[in-house]
Design a protein around this ligand. Structure first.
Ligand SMILES: NC(=O)c1ccc[n+]([C@@H]2O[C@H](COP(=O)([O-])OP(=O)(O)OC[C@H]3O[C@@H](n4cnc5c(N)ncnc54)[C@H](O)[C@@H]3O)[C@@H](O)[C@H]2O)c1
Length: 267
């Protein structure tokens, strides 16, 4: 156990799987008391159980982050269990395949709701407590797909670019209240979300040759040319940077949008 987040109360959304799960465990093993939020009860239970086995403190909040009442409840529940939430990692998200020509309005709206509107709802629910507490750290999960054009993910790109805009706006608005707001833009990190995106034709990979039927592993292998570091990411790569942003080590860092992507966006 470390102490980089000692005394802090954090919420991590999407904590039942992938990057959110790793980050929730990392935050807790660095001393934070963590409200783990997800709509997937089994994933949540497994994350909370692991944190407790490691000697950390966590509760599970089953919540759909697009539901404003449930989001308010999530913040209230975590607050009454552990104290005011001063770290929010808005990480929950879904894949969003499809190009601008073919998407339906319903598909577009769902991806915007889960990947963008939820980020605002979670911030809105946490901001009063953070202002009252004299500060906080909001970490928003964007994506390299919101920074550079990637074929086949129109709604996802729009949502993640929206997260970047909201991050900068809130950083400026709430800087005087000592609330820092930063965005992380991961490159490819194999998780259930990425498998879904890669296996949908024209997704992130968009590298499959016509007439071939590559497996997920083959698509990942084919995407490596995008990454100067020579490998795809691990959930730990992203969680490590989220930990830095959650901690007081990043006290003078706000409004930044940081690709954690093995060099993809530099290439
Ligand atoms: N993995 C990558 O390569 C990658 C790259 C860039 C950005 N991201 C972003 O990172 C975040 C985490 O993705 P991941 O790859 O770990 O995916 P994941 O599928 O492993 O985890 C996402 C979690 O979010 C939860 N979730 C989805 N919709 C929800 C909702 N409405 N309410 C509550 N919980 C909900 C899911 O149940 C799941 O547990 C997402 O915002 C994603 O867009 C991931």
């Amino acid at each position: 156990m470390g102490d980089r987040l000692a005394g802090k109360v954090a919420i991590v959304t999407g904590a039942g799987s992938g990057i959110g799960r790793t980050a929730a465990i990392r935050f807790a093993t660095e001393g934070a008391k963590v409200g783990c939020a997800d709509r997937d009860r089994d994933g949540l239970d497994s994350t909370v159980e692991e944190i407790r086995e490691l000697g950390g403190l966590a509760i599970g909040c089953e919540v759909d982050v697009t539901d404003e009442e449930l989001v308010e409840q999530m913040v209230a529940e975590t607050g009454s269990e552990f104290g005011t939430v001063t770290v929010l990692y808005s990480n929950a998200g879904i894949a969003g395949s499809g190009n601008a020509k073919d998407l339906t309005l319903a598909e577009w709206e769902k991806v915007i709701a889960v990947n963008l509107t939820s980020v605002w709802l979670c911030s809105r629910a946490c901001l009063p407590g953070m202002i009252e507490a004299g500060g906080g750290s909001i970490i928003n999960q964007a994506s390299v797909g919101g920074m550079v054009g990637v074929p086949g993910i129109a709604s996802y790109a729009a949502a993640k670019a929206g997260v970047i805009g909201l991050t900068k706006q809130m950083a400026v608005e709430y800087g005087p209240s000592k609330i820092r707001v930063n965005a992380i833009c991961p490159g490819t990190v194999p998780t259930p979300l990425v498998e879904k995106t890669y296996m949908a034709r024209g997704g992130f990979a968009a590298t499959a040759e016509e007439g071939t039927d590559p497996t997920y592993e083959e698509l990942l292998e084919q995407s490596l040319f995008r990454y100067p570091i020579g490998r795809v990411g691990m959930t730990e790569d992203i969680a490590a940077f989220a930990l830095y942003l959650a901690s007081d080590e990043s006290a003078w860092t706000t409004g930044v949008v940081v690709p954690i992507d093995g060099g993809m966006t530099a290439a």
